[in-house]
Design a protein around this ligand. Structure first.
Ligand SMILES: Cc1cc2nc3c(=O)[nH]c(=O)nc-3n(C[C@H](O)[C@H](O)[C@H](O)COP(=O)(O)O)c2cc1C
Length: 192
């Protein structure tokens, strides 16, 4: 089994990546393969609302030159998907929103490509607005017929500068429990 995680931060290997890696450590204990894909620097554009994906139905976005189709392919292949973002003005980063909108529409155009995959959201935050980030990510999972594992608190970690989220003891514990529950759920779903 495999989990692909997308780090929506514009900053490579910052707090969002650190939180993802805490979840990855737990998944690894259960033998689940993991891959971290950093959206920073990829310059993935927003959805053009051309609905070309509905005409083509080839599991791809018609905007073929910015790496988004590589992301969709990784999502199709994976059993679990983590979408993680820093909090930017009380919402997800524009990088992650571009992925959500385009992967989400391509999925819809092809009969819900991520149906019954396990999905978890993560938010890094300095102070406030992270609940809206999780809500935005969960909307993608809800509309994709995905299955969401929970933790003991909202899946958030506090920090401003790189590395600070790892000092948030409760945030790190929340990520560990999220990883455990994600692995448990994936194990159950794989048995049928
Ligand atoms: C453009 C921008 C907007 C931000 N908006 C918020 C915000 O609304 N609330 C907040 O608490 N922190 C905000 N922050 C701080 C980041 O969410 C925080 O530093 C986070 O840990 C960054 O994660 P990263 O290290 O993965 O990039 C903002 C940072 C940037 C660059």
């Amino acid at each position: 089994m495999k989990v692909i995680a997308f780090n929506g931060s514009a900053r490579i290997n910052g707090n969002t990546a650190d939180l993802i890696n805490v979840v990855f450590d737990e998944l690894a204990k259960y033998g689940i393969e993991t891959e971290l894909f950093q959206l920073a620097g990829k310059e993935i554009k927003g959805c053009k609302a051309c609905f070309g994906c509905f005409n083509n139905q080839d599991k791809r976005c018609v905007q073929n030159n910015d790496g988004l189709n590589e992301c969709i392919a990784k999502m199709i292949e994976a059993d679990g998907i983590i979408l993680a973002s820093p909090t930017y003005f009380g919402n997800v980063s524009s990088e992650l929103k571009a992925l959500i909108d385009r992967a989400g529409l391509v999925s819809k155009a092809n009969g819900n490509l991520f149906k019954r995959k396990v999905g978890a959201g993560i938010a890094a935050v300095r102070r406030a607005g992270s609940i809206e980030v999780l809500h935005a990510i969960n909307n993608f999972f809800f509309l994709s017929e995905m299955i969401i594992p929970c933790s003991s608190y909202w899946n958030i970690g506090y920090g401003r500068e790189k590395g600070q989220a790892l000092n948030d003891e409760e945030g790190v514990r929340t990520m560990r429990i999220l990883g455990e529950n994600m692995a448990w759920l994936m194990g159950k779903l794989n048995t049928v």
